[in-house]
Design a protein around this ligand. Structure first.
Ligand SMILES: C[S@@+](CC[C@H](N)C(=O)[O-])C[C@H]1O[C@@H](n2cnc3c(N)ncnc32)[C@H](O)[C@@H]1O
Length: 351
């Protein structure tokens, strides 16, 4: 079988919503082997392992970006969601090729390649943006090795959170540059920068990322017991209406009450990729609930918690627990997670 025939067989499985977990697992192993061989990426090399500190957020090393493929439902649903969005753009009567800007390709452009076996290059074109030179070089080798250059308009080594797009006829903006709780990595600054340069009709993938406060059961698997409200929504509407205030780039603070009886509290990350394709609690490393407190503690249960999402100096979630007039600050992001960038991405292969 040629490499492109293998890629087409991989696409068949990934785009079939009825694919079983074991077939998905085996197929993604086959897809990973194909990408590794064709890109020549050395997963163990120091330059591949090193994270890239952009100064405004972290870009994970090429090895860890490559291994995101192993976050199986994530990979399948993003590819299926992108496929549905391309089909929708074509059905809407686009006479020119559907143009997808893919920000943060990693070394494999994992979410894009299977679609190249589904549409001719006259119908589908990509622009690839990547900040890490090791990943970018691997993507370029992959394009050559698979002979898919006709699908790729440009491959740009850049920080997508500041990049100015020379061509603004973009149908779909795709980026998966996030951790759960949207901290540290640059999903929000990247989509904020790029989406605001594009027409109102450009589809954003994922369409919506929502952070919600939840109370979890103390039983195995810590399932949700009670939803306590929304603290951040990142979608086309909130990104377009975002206004940077003169003092900071923070998103507006949201205050949520905690139930007086207390419990185990967590931030839940929900991802609506496109249409019916979504990722909910625990389905992906990106949607693992982040525990923020167990109450009552020695001081009791806070009455409220205030959440402020900040983008500068790096993506970060500040919290303020208020109780009897006293305020206790806390946060998610940065140093707390530093070891994940030097060791691993928070996909299913993380501990
Ligand atoms: C989580 S990985 C995902 C890789 C691949 N898109 C996938 O879904 O499997 C994110 C990628 O985005 C890149 N990245 C992070 N911040 C970036 C930025 N500001 N500009 C361009 N690329 C960025 C990282 O270097 C990394 O390769």
């Amino acid at each position: 079988m040629t490499r492109l025939a293998t890629l087409a067989a991989v696409a068949d499985v990934l785009l079939d919503d009825a694919t079983s977990p074991s077939l998905l697992h085996d197929t993604l192993e086959q897809y990973r082997d194909l990408l590794l061989t064709a890109s020549g990426l050395d997963l163990g090399d120091d330059s591949s392992l090193k994270p890239f500190d952009t100064g405004r957020g972290i870009a994970i090393g090429a090895t860890w970006a490559a291994l995101c493929i192993d976050d199986e439902l994530r990979t399948q649903r993003f590819i299926a969601g992108l496929h549905a969005a391309v089909n929708e753009a074509i059905a809407a009567g686009s006479t020119t090729p559907v143009h997808v800007v893919y920000a943060g390709t990693g070394p494999f452009a994992t979410l894009a390649l299977p679609l190249m076996t589904r549409f001719p290059a006259e119908q589908l074109q990509f622009t690839f943006l990547e900040i890490n030179a090791v990943s970018l070089a691997a993507v370029e080798r992959l394009i050559d090795a698979l002979g898919i250059g006709a699908y790729v308009r440009d491959v740009v080594l850049t920080d997508a959170s500041t990049y100015q797009l020379p061509d603004r006829t973009v149908d779909i903006l795709l980026s998966e540059t996030m951790q759960f709780s949207l901290v540290d990595e640059m999903q929000v600054p990247i989509t904020l920068n790029l989406l605001r340069q594009l027409p109102a009709t450009t589809v954003l993938i994922p369409e919506r990322i929502t952070l919600r406060l939840g109370r979890l059961a103390e039983t195995e698997g810590e399932p949700l017991v009670e939803d306590l409200g929304e603290l951040l929504v990142i979608d086309r509407h909130t990104l377009r209406s975002y206004v940077r205030n003169t003092k900071s780039s923070d998103f507006p603070t949201v205050t949520l009450p905690l139930p007086p009886a207390g419990g185990l509290f967590a931030i839940r990350t929900g991802i609506q990729i496109f249409g019916g394709y979504r990722l909910e609690d625990y389905e992906s490393g990106l949607t693992n609930p982040e525990i923020i407190g167990r109450f009552p503690d020695e001081e009791g249960t806070p009455e409220t918690v205030e959440f402020t999402y900040q983008m500068e100096p790096c993506p970060y979630l500040r919290m303020l627990f208020r109780q009897n007039g006293a305020a206790t600050p806390s946060e998610i992001g940065s140093e707390q997670k530093q070891e994940q960038y030097t060791g691993q991405h928070n996909g299913p292969f993380a501990e």
